[in-house]
Write a protein of this length. Structure first.
Length: 172
C-alpha cells in the first residue's frame, strides 16, 4: 500500500469517527468562547491535533472525550495568551445555538443563561457545560479536566448553585 493510499485510508476512518461528533464539539467551544473566529480556530486546531494523533487513540469511542480535552486546553491557552479575555456577549452566537423556531422568551432565557455562564470561573463553566449541555458523564469530565472525580462533582454542584443565584438576581 502506497503512502498516499495510507493517508486516504486514515482520512476516511478519521472522518467517519469525527463527523458525528463535530456538532457537539462546536457547541462546546461556542459555549466556552463567544468570538466566532476563536471558535473556528479552536475547532480547526482541535480537529488537526486529533487527526494527527488519531492512530494513538486506542479506542475510537474515546474520540469525543479526546476532542473535548484538546479543545479545553486550547481554550485555556487562548485565555492565557489574551490574559484578560474580553467577555463581550455576541448575540448572534447565542442565536446560532438556539433552534430557529425558538420564541422570543426562550431566546431571552438563553441569552441570560450565557451571561450567567460567563460569570463563572472557567473550570466551573467548563464542567457545567460538559455535564448539562454536552451530556458527558462525570467520569468523562474528570478525564478531560484531569482532576479527581470529587473535584468535578464539586465544580458541577458549585456551578449549579452559582448559576441559580445569578439567574435569581437577574429576575429581581
Amino acid at each position: 500500500m502506497s503512502a498516499a493510499e495510507q493517508v486516504t485510508g486514515k482520512q476516511k476512518v478519521f472522518t467517519e469517527a469525527y463527523k458525528p461528533l463535530h456538532d457537539r464539539l462546536v457547541r462546546f467551544v461556542q459555549t466556552m468562547v463567544y468570538n466566532r473566529e476563536d471558535v473556528k480556530d479552536i475547532v480547526s486546531e482541535t480537529m488537526l491535533i486529533a487527526y494527527q494523533k488519531f492512530e494513538t487513540i486506542r479506542h475510537h469511542e474515546a474520540l469525543l472525550s479526546y476532542l473535548f480535552t484538546v479543545a479545553s486546553r486550547l481554550v485555556y491557552r487562548m485565555q492565557d495568551r489574551k490574559k484578560k479575555m474580553s467577555h463581550v456577549y455576541d448575540t448572534e452566537q447565542s442565536e446560532q445555538v438556539m433552534d430557529e423556531s425558538a420564541g422570543a422568551e426562550v431566546k431571552l432565557e438563553v441569552k441570560d443563561l450565557y451571561r450567567a455562564l460567563d460569570q463563572l470561573p472557567l473550570k466551573q463553566k467548563e464542567a457545567i457545560v460538559l455535564f448539562e449541555i454536552s451530556g458527558l458523564t462525570l467520569n468523562e469530565i474528570q478525564q478531560i479536566q484531569g482532576d479527581s472525580l470529587s473535584a468535578v462533582k464539586s465544580r458541577v454542584s458549585r456551578a449549579r448553585e452559582a448559576l441559580k443565584k445569578i439567574l435569581e438576581e437577574q429576575i429581581v
